[in-house]
Design a protein around this ligand. Structure first.
Ligand SMILES: [Fe+2]
Ligand SMILES: [Fe+2]
Length: 498
């Protein structure tokens, strides 16, 4: 394989979107190296050299597993034990670790004798690289359970060191390989959903498969780019002076509302914003309020503080980065959803913060888009060098970096902790500190439900613990909740524009 004859074949397979198949009985080290060499060539061909390490890791890991799985079958055959019987399975596994080393040469020959095999396939289709590694024999129940357990466990593991500490079961090796593979997926910006462990009943094979979209941007690259953008935050505009003054006044519990009203009235835009909010469906007033003093006392200290935050942030962002209607439309919808979910689920105390969290959750996107449009020299040089293409903006927007950047900005503007956290964790609701979990879950769920409107809502992608928290047991229930939220939102909108 190490001769170069394979290259034109690979090139034409890539051009025709045809799979590249290789089949081995026992995969020797040389065979494995050849498969990696082939993979590296392929990744160079599609201009993704930076994927060699993480993707190569999978290939190596899964070939090793497939080999081992075949040897295991030989081992059971030799002992005359049934792999599919759970009692004899454990019995056979006790001696496998030892025999696997001691009898490797004999077992290898037996792999050939019994015509067991490992097959590797690289398949590039629609810009997705699909890697499949198969071995002979259906997985046993224990093997399937183990694979699923490791995938599940890996979700809570952040790095290899943690994996060492967490993984207890060592009967078949600590499962480090599998967990590391999942960590590797994450470094590719993917998650365990890109990975499949399957039983092919027809061909009686154990199959592992990973789907890697080539337009994935590596986590490390995102980190680096986010860092460059964060550097730029230092030069962001300060919070408007008048709004800061109001904030300070409101931090005093015994504030004189008439003074607050006077200060608000001196700003026409702020006045109309306040009236708009007070008169929206949120406050369910019988009559329209047009008097600022009344509005101020209706909204209360906390309400006013929240109003100033969101109003100030919008103002700065629109002034400096241009209006982005679609984004604000999404933000207001999300805010309204978060607010009404809080009310519907007896979390009224959180409704105000949920609303503001909803308005502000994606502010990081504004900064990213702006930076991206300007693509300063440093950033574009970096992207050119790494061969990162048009999908970068998308990756930054979709991933957690806009949350981080948004939170950083909110912190710079001295927003209260719960708002900074709501912004920072709105895509990772399970990772935030306990104290703010419910608020973050509200914003997260609201954000997820806004996707129903554009058919991008995927029930299975929503964190199951959040769904459980809001008692949503099926996609149907989630969609019904969204329909209710949407009608509140429409009412609120029409009332505000009356
Ligand atoms: Fe977001
Ligand atoms: Fe969002």
């Amino acid at each position: 394989m190490m001769d170069e004859d394979f290259k034109p074949k690979v090139q034409s397979a890539l051009a025709a979107e045809q799979p590249i198949d290789c089949k081995f009985s026992y995969v020797s080290n040389d065979d494995a190296e050849a498969m990696l060499y082939l993979l590296n060539f392929l990744l160079d061909e599609v201009k993704r050299p930076y994927m060699k390490d993480p993707v190569g890791f999978f290939v190596r890991e899964f070939i090793t597993n497939a080999n081992k799985s075949n040897l295991k079958r030989v081992h059971f055959q030799t002992l005359g034990l049934d792999m599919n019987d759970s009692e004899t399975y454990y019995e056979g596994m006790k001696t496998f670790a030892r025999d696997f080393h001691d009898k490797l040469d004999v077992y290898r020959k037996d792999v050939e004798k019994y015509q067991l095999y490992t097959a590797v396939q690289y398949f590039l289709k629609d810009n997705v690289l699909i890697i499949t590694v198969k071995n002979s024999g259906l997985p046993t129940l224990q093997e399937s359970v183990r694979a699923q357990t490791l995938i599940e466990k890996s979700k809570a593991i952040h790095d290899v060191a943690e994996a060492f500490l967490t993984l207890g079961d060592t009967t078949e090796g600590a499962g480090l390989g599998m967990v590391s593979a999942m960590l590797m997926l994450r470094s590719l910006g993917l998650d365990e959903k890109a990975f499949r462990f399957l039983a092919d009943r027809q061909n009686k094979e154990t199959v592992v498969r990973v789907h890697i979209p080539l337009d994935t941007v590596l986590e490390s690259q995102i980190e680096e780019i986010s860092g460059m953008i964060l550097d730029g935050i230092e030069s962001l505009p300060a919070f408007p002076e008048k709004l800061s003054r109001l904030q300070n006044m409101l931090s005093d519990e015994k504030v004189d509302f008439s003074k607050v009203a006077i200060l608000i009235q001196s700003d026409v835009a702020l006045t109309s914003e306040l009236l708009r909010i007070v008169n929206s469906a949120q406050y369910m007033l019988a009559q329209k309020v047009s008097n600022i003093s009344n509005a101020v006392s209706l909204v209360g200290i906390k309400g006013l503080r929240n109003l100033l935050l969101s109003y100030g942030a919008q103002k700065i962002l629109n002034n400096h980065f241009g209006e982005m209607d679609a984004m604000w439309e999404h933000a207001f919808r999300c805010a309204s959803y978060a607010y009404y979910i809080a009310r519907d689920y007896n979390l009224k105390d959180l409704s105000g913060d949920a609303y503001i969290g909803g308005i502000l959750h994606d502010i990081g996107k504004i900064i990213i888009r702006h930076k991206y449009m300007k693509l300063d020299e440093k950033l574009s040089a970096y992207c050119n060098e790494k061969g990162i293409e048009a999908n970068l903006l998308e990756s930054l927007m979709m991933g957690a970096s806009h949350a981080r950047i948004g939170a950083e900005m909110a912190r710079k503007w001295d927003f209260p902790d719960q708002i900074v956290i709501a912004i920072g964790f709105h895509h990772k609701p399970l990772l935030c500190q306990e104290e703010f979990k419910t608020l973050v879950a509200l914003v997260y769920l609201a954000d997820a439900l806004t996707k129903v409107r554009n058919n991008k809502f995927v029930f299975s992608k929503v964190e199951s613990s959040v769904l459980a928290q809001f008692n949503l047991k099926s996609r149907k229930e989630a969609v019904e909740l969204e329909a209710r939220l949407n009608s509140y939102y429409q009412q609120q909108k029409s009332k505000a524009s009356e």
